[in-house]
Design a protein around this ligand. Structure first.
Ligand code: C2E
Ligand code: MG
Ligand code: MG
Ligand code: MG
Length: 275
């Protein structure tokens, strides 16, 4: 009897596994077509200075407007894009698109703001990575100091030597670098002092229970101090309430980003922040 049950369970797993892998194959082939079909787009989420309470930049966040499934979040397709290598192509498109958008805002005479782009590990480790960035900056005519690249700890820890080399090169052409999702994956504290980073982004998981949890408060305060001591500025992401904002502001956090201020929005909806 037990054996029979085991068999059924196995069959069930096999079936659902098959279904999942077929779905993934379909999704992967859809994704391959998505760029050509203009289904990928960028949303922009404002970042506010705690000092002036004004927008000083946006983070570009990719969306996939799938013809059948509607808007798909990057958490659903970025991992797939990374596994298949498509991310290299996608991230290049994102970088180009974000710079193009910035150029357009500048041409319209809107207020100058920075734009931050997320790059995956694979993109960052491409041999011609620096040339790609340079040629995109040149083609779009963007001043490199307006571009910020967000890297996660994973990118840095996977190959610290390449990371250091590429970060230094990016800095030398004037691009700014942020460490995204700080504190969630690794404790790369020893690398922090080696890397010439401009900004730390405190992951939103530290903010979630911060107001009720003294330990989280201590960690957040320590991260802000650490960043400042290493001459970096700090952004807190995932700020959802005024109480969280007040805590961050009174503890000298430099910038905030989150639903309390605004969600990521299509380009046309963010003009109000820069006119
Ligand atoms: P991330 O870079 O840490 O981006 C922040 C994520 O938090 C965004 O999710 C944003 O919509 C969300 N968020 C912002 N404020 C709040 C808030 O107050 N509450 C909550 N619950 N969430 C908030 P999104 O857009 O779904 O992106 C998820 C992740 O996908 C990003 O995390 C980033 O790692 C990755 N990603 C997005 N766009 C790109 C891209 O163009 N290239 C690459 N390689 N990765 C990307
Ligand atoms: Mg980011
Ligand atoms: Mg983040
Ligand atoms: Mg994240």
């Amino acid at each position: 009897h037990a054996k029979q049950e085991g068999k059924n369970t196995y069959k069930f797993f096999q079936k659902s596994y098959m279904k999942k892998s077929i779905e993934r194959l379909i999704l992967a082939s859809d994704l391959r077509k998505a760029i050509e079909n203009d289904e990928l787009l960028l949303y922009y989420q404002p970042k506010f200075s705690c000092k002036t309470e004004k927008v000083n930049g946006f983070e570009a966040l990719i969306r996939w407007d799938h013809p059948k499934h509607g808007m798909i979040s990057p958490n659903c397709f970025i991992p797939l894009a990374e596994e298949t290598g498509m991310i290299v192509h996608i991230d290049q498109w994102v970088l180009y698109q974000a710079c193009l958008q910035l150029k357009e805002w500048q041409a319209q005479g809107l207020k100058p703001v920075k734009i931050a782009v997320n790059l995956s590990m694979l993109q960052f480790q491409q041999k011609n990575f620096l040339n790609i960035v340079r040629s995109i900056l040149k083609e779009t005519g963007i001043d490199p100091s307006y571009l910020e690249i967000e890297l996660t700890e994973r990118v840095i820890m996977d190959d610290p030597e390449i990371a250091l080399k590429n970060i230094k090169r990016l800095k030398s052409i004037g691009v700014q670098i942020s460490m995204d999702d700080f504190g969630v994956h690794y404790s790369s504290l020893s690398y922090l002092k080696l890397l010439p980073l401009d900004r730390l982004k405190i992951d939103r998981s530290f903010l979630q229970d911060m107001l009720a949890n003294k330990d989280d408060q201590t960690i957040v305060k320590a991260m802000i101090q650490l960043a400042h001591n290493l001459e970096m500025t700090v952004v807190a992401e995932g700020v959802e309430t005024i109480e969280q904002y007040n805590f961050l502001k009174s503890n000298h956090c430099d910038e905030v980003q989150g639903f309390y201020f605004d969600k990521p929005l299509p380009a046309t909806n963010i003009i109000k922040y820069i006119s």
